[in-house]
Write a protein that binds this ligand. Structure first.
Ligand SMILES: Cc1cc2nc3c(=O)[nH]c(=O)nc-3n(C[C@H](O)[C@H](O)[C@H](O)COP(=O)(O)O)c2cc1C
Length: 412
C-alpha cells in the first residue's frame, strides 16, 4: 500500500470532533431521528410529541395510508436536471413542503420555534407558528424567514384573538392557517399516564429522570422559563396547572361558519382551514373566501379513527377543482409520501413530528437534517419515477399511482 493510500485511509477514520453533527449525519431517515429524539428527551416529553389520541388508530393509519400507494414510473425520461421547486401562495419554495404549527416547541429544545424558523428559512420552505407557541410572533420575525404562516386557534376571547392576528400581520406573517379540529382536546392517554404538565414540573418522577437525561434538563433549567408567548390570559384554562388536555379550554367549542366568516374578514392575506375537512365543508369554506384546505387529522392527536388524510386528498381535489390550495399533513415521513400526496392532487405536504424529532435530536441542525433527508428522498423518488418537475408530477396525477391493498394489488 502506498503512503498516500494509507493517509487517505487514516483520514477516513479520523474521528469527527463535532459528535452531534456526526450523530445527525448518521440519521438516514426520519425514524433514525425519532430514535435519537427518544434517547434525548424525558419519557413524558417524547410521548407528548410522539403520541396520538385514544387507541392511536389514526396515528398508525396515517402513515400506512401514504405507504399503501405504489408508483407507476415513466420510462426513458430525461431526469438529469430535476427541480423540486414549487409555488405556494405566490412564493417560490424549494420543496412542496411546509412545517406545521406545533405547540410548546421550546419544550423539545430551548431554541424552539426560532431554530425551526431558521432551518425552514435556509431550506426555503414555509413554517407556521402555533397560537400556543412558546415564541412570540415578534420574536419569529427576527428569524429572517420571509415565508411565515400563523396558525390560529379561535380563542373564546375574540378581542385577544383579533389583536393576535393584527400582531402577526404587523410582524410580516403571510398566511393564516385556522385550525378547526380542536373543539375539545383529544384524549392522549400517554400524556395522562405520564402526568404531563406544561411546562414540565419537577415532580418526583422528573427528579428521578434528571439522572437519565442530564443534558436535556441542564439545557432546560438554563433557558428562559417556558411560556405561551401569544396567549397572555390563561384564566380560561380553569386550573392553576396547564396540561395538554385543559389548554384547549381557551379555544371556542361553539365556533361555527359565521365566526369563521368573521375571522376571514380580519385577515387580509391568504387563509387556509386546517382540519379533517370533508369535500362538502371544503366547498363551503371556499365559498366564504377561504383560499384552501390544510387537510389534517392533527397527526392522529384529535379525533381518533378519522380517515387517513391520504384517502381524502383525491376526493377533496375533485370537489374543489384546480384553483383552491390543498396542503396535506398527518403521516408524511418520507420524500415518497410527498410525491404521493402531490400525485393525488395536493399542492404541498406538511410535517409536524418529523421536524420535532430533528429539533429534539439537535436543535436547528436537527431540523435541517430532517429537511435534508426529506428533500433528498423526494428528489430521488422524482428521478426514479421519471418526472423532472413538480408540475409534471401533478399533471401525471393518478396515472403515476396504483393503490395496493393489505393483501396484494388492488385496482385503481
Ligand atoms: C407535539 C405536537 C404539537 C402540535 N401542536 C399543534 C398546534 O399547536 N396547533 C395545530 O394546529 N396543530 C398542532 N399539531 C398538529 C400539527 O400541526 C400537524 O397537523 C401534525 O403534526 C401532522 O402530523 P405528523 O406529525 O404526522 O406530521 C401538533 C402536533 C404535534 C406532534
Amino acid at each position: 500500500m502506498r503512503p498516500s493510500e494509507i493517509r487517505q485511509l487514516l483520514q477516513l477514520r479520523r474521528p469527527t470532533l463535532d459528535r452531534e453533527a456526526y450523530r445527525l449525519e448518521a440519521c438516514l431517515n426520519i425514524d433514525d431521528l425519532r430514535r435519537l429524539a427518544r434517547r434525548r428527551l424525558p419519557r413524558a416529553v417524547f410521548d407528548y410529541v410522539d403520541g396520538g389520541a385514544d387507541e392511536e388508530v389514526s396515528l398508525r393509519e396515517n402513515r400506512a395510508g401514504f405507504q399503501s400507494w405504489r408508483f407507476v414510473p415513466r420510462s426513458l425520461r430525461d431526469v438529469s436536471a430535476v427541480s423540486t421547486e414549487a409555488e405556494l401562495f405566490g412564493h417560490r419554495i424549494a420543496l412542496p413542503l411546509a412545517l406545521c404549527p406545533t405547540g410548546y416547541t421550546r419544550m423539545m429544545h430551548p431554541d424552539g420555534e426560532l431554530a425551526v424558523a431558521r432551518a425552514a428559512a435556509s431550506h426555503r420552505v414555509p413554517y407556521a407558528l402555533s397560537t400556543v407557541g412558546t415564541s412570540s410572533v415578534e420574536e419569529l420575525a427576527t428569524s429572517g424567514h420571509d415565508d411565515l404562516w400563523f396558525q390560529l386557534y379561535v380563542l373564546r376571547d375574540r378581542g385577544q384573538c383579533r389583536a393576535l392576528l393584527e400582531r402577526a400581520a404587523a410582524s410580516g406573517f403571510r398566511v393564516l392557517d385556522v385550525a378547526i379540529d380542536t373543539a375539545v382536546s383529544g384524549r392522549r392517554e400517554r400524556d395522562v399516564r405520564n402526568g404531563l404538565t406544561i411546562p414540565p414540573t419537577l415532580s418526583l418522577r422528573a427528579l428521578a429522570d434528571i439522572a437519565v437525561h442530564v443534558s436535556y434538563w441542564s439545557s432546560m433549567l438554563g433557558a428562559p422559563a417556558l411560556r405561551f408567548a401569544s396567549v397572555d390570559d390563561l384564566s380560561g384554562v380553569g386550573s392553576d396547572t396547564v396540561t395538554a388536555a385543559n389548554m384547549a379550554n381557551l379555544f371556542d367549542p361553539s365556533l361555527d361558519w359565521d365566526d369563521l366568516a368573521e375571522v376571514r374578514g380580519w385577515w387580509h392575506g391568504p387563509m387556509l382551514l386546517k382540519g379533517p375537512v370533508s369535500p362538502e365543508d371544503a366547498r363551503r369554506a371556499v365559498s366564504i373566501g377561504i383560499d384552501g384546505i390544510h387537510l389534517s387529522n392533527h397527526g392522529g392527536r384529535q379525533l381518533d379513527r378519522s380517515l387517513p388524510t391520504a384517502d381524502m386528498i383525491a376526493p377533496l381535489r375533485q370537489a374543489l377543482g384546480a384553483d383552491a390550495v390543498i396542503v396535506v399533513d398527518s403521516g408524511i415521513r418520507h420524500g415518497a409520501d410527498i410525491a404521493t400526496a402531490l400525485a393525488l392532487g395536493a399542492d404541498a405536504a406538511a410535517i409536524g413530528r418529523p421536524y420535532l424529532y430533528g429539533l429534539a435530536a439537535g436543535g436547528e441542525r436537527g431540523v435541517s437534517r430532517a429537511l435534508t433527508v426529506l428533500s433528498e428522498q423526494f428528489r430521488r423518488t422524482m428521478q426514479l419515477m421519471g418526472v423532472a418537475s413538480v408540475a409534471e408530477l401533478r399533471q401525471g396525477g393518478s396515472a403515476l399511482l396504483r393503490r395496493r391493498g393489505p393483501d396484494g394489488p388492488a385496482a385503481g
